[in-house]
Design a protein around this ligand. Structure first.
Ligand SMILES: Cc1cc2nc3c(=O)[nH]c(=O)nc-3n(C[C@H](O)[C@H](O)[C@H](O)COP(=O)(O)OP(=O)(O)OC[C@H]3O[C@@H](n4cnc5c(N)ncnc54)[C@H](O)[C@@H]3O)c2cc1C
Length: 420
């Protein structure tokens, strides 16, 4: 089958109703496709789409794998307070991904990933606001510049090349001193010497509520939302076969959007999709006695802070620990220490604990792509730290790949970069 645009009215199965699958379902239904959205659980409930920090980041252009990351990473692993962890028992399993990660961190590979992210990231906030509007939930997002905070002159200086690069690609920032930080965020402990406001930013009311909003809007456009575990997606002549709970069902096309769990479905197709779980930890204070007035990024601690509808949420970190191991409670204890240091007014307050699996590619570039194995199978996977931020863009690109065969336009996001 050639890569022809899929005719309107064709049937599409979407596997995974996290933020990526849910927003794609809405956009594909808007385009005029018959969509079935399938998740093994209730939409948005089990993946990181449920409890993330709610930031829509319009300046997230840097791959995690950067020049020098090998050294920085090793240093962080030796520091119990650093935001990067690799549990010893998972080290053998993660080695191939770490190898790819390191290879992506320098030379042409790094420049290629940076270029792809600059392009993909462009106008992420505007596109998100516009899609929320179309989905009938404009009140669930608001433009809100973020404040990056640095605790030392050295860490601020180390970050300056990033701010300079952002400026070069038309992303705006304002640098502030300790007095201005105290004025902007009176509940913070006076430990921050420098700050930078990043203007291309928004926050949502509650990331889970956003998934539900897209699902609801998709339903209104005729999308069928089903519960079932997808065991396999395979190509067949004239379409695809999706096996749900042991039963093979025929569709004209399928979109795999199952977060980090997409890897197994890709393996079934004989396709390389090196997506790994970057586990992140959150605390949410439902009735906080101290708060923040804008989204914060605690740059030295790998933690972000957001005032959301469910409460004040602090979280982040990266634990490369796969999908099967239980959460490590010591991470939440560390988050509490950070909270007490940064927002002393929260000390002793109750908070709910949560851990989620970011689906992360070694080069930080998501795979939004037609399968290399079958022309009617597509992927929208691997958004790492920015799945909410890039969901509107991804939904549009998925629509263009399926409806317009725009493969060439989005070659930088193709799964083919990992070989066949
Ligand atoms: C601590 C933390 C903070 C974060 N903060 C932010 C932030 O502020 N801004 C931002 O943009 N991003 C943030 N992220 C990242 C963001 O949450 C993710 O990138 C995003 O949620 C990924 O969405 P997804 O739809 O690809 O995957 P998921 O949310 O994992 O959804 C995948 C869905 O597929 C389903 N599924 C899996 N396998 C199958 C199967 N075989 N059959 C049927 N269904 C299946 C799952 O049940 C799940 O519902 C954060 C992540 C963490 C962990």
């Amino acid at each position: 089958m050639a890569n022809r645009p899929l005719p309107l009215g064709s049937s599409i199965a979407i596997i995974g109703a996290g933020i990526i699958g849910a927003s794609a379902a809405f956009v594909l239904a808007e385009r005029g496709y018959r969509v079935t959205l399938i998740d093994r659980d209730e939409p948005g409930l089990t993946g990181p789409s449920w409890g993330n920090a709610g930031h829509v980041v319009g300046s997230g252009i840097f791959p995690l794998a950067e020049p020098g990351i090998g050294f920085t990473g090793l240093r962080m692993l030796a520091d119990p307070d650093a935001p990067l962890k690799v549990p010893a028992e998972y080290l053998p399993a993660i080695m191939p991904w770490l190898w790819r990660f390191w290879r992506a961190s320098y030379g042409d590979a790094y420049e290629t990933a940076l270029k792809a992210l600059i392009s993909f990231n462009r106008a992420a906030v505007e596109e998100s606001i516009a899609l929320f509007q179309r989905a009938g939930m404009p009140e669930r997002i608001r433009h809100d510049p973020a404040l990056y905070l640095y605790e030392s002159e050295a860490s601020y200086r180390a970050a300056l090349p990033h701010w300079k690069k952002r400026q070069q690609v038309d992303l705006h920032s304002t640098h502030v001193d300790a007095d201005e930080i105290a004025r902007l965020e009176p509940d913070l402990a006076p430990i921050f010497t420098r700050g930078v406001i990043s203007h291309e930013w928004a926050i949502v009311t509650d990331p889970y509520e956003v998934v539900l909003g897209y699902v609801e809007a998709a339903r209104e456009r005729g999308v069928s939302v089903e519960r079932g575990r997808v065991d396999a997606v395979t190509g067949r002549s004239g379409g695809v076969s999706v096996t749900v709970g042991g039963e093979a069902r025929a569709f004209d096309a399928a979109l795999i959007a199952a977060g980090v769990w997409s890897r197994e479905l890709a393996q079934g197709l004989g396709e390389q999709l090196p997506v790994e779980a970057e586990r992140g930890y959150n605390l949410t204070y439902p009735a906080p006695k101290a708060t923040v007035r804008r989204p914060l990024v605690l740059a030295d601690r790998g933690v972000v802070v957001t005032a959301l509808k469910p409460g004040l949420r602090l979280g982040g970190w990266t634990e490369l620990g796969g999908t099967r191991m239980p959460p490590n409670p010591s991470r939440w204890a560390k988050m509490r220490e950070i909270t007490d240091t940064v927002l002393p007014g929260l000390e002793g307050e109750p908070a709910t604990e949560w851990m989620g699996h970011r689906p992360s590619m070694p080069d930080s570039v998501p795979v939004v792509s037609r399968s290399g194995k079958h022309p009617a199978i597509f992927y929208a996977v691997g958004h790492g730290h920015y799945g909410l931020s890039w969901s509107a863009k991804t939904a549009r690109v998925v629509g263009e790949l399926i409806g317009d065969s725009a493969d060439q336009r989005y070659a930088a996001l193709s799964i083919r970069r990992f070989g066949r």
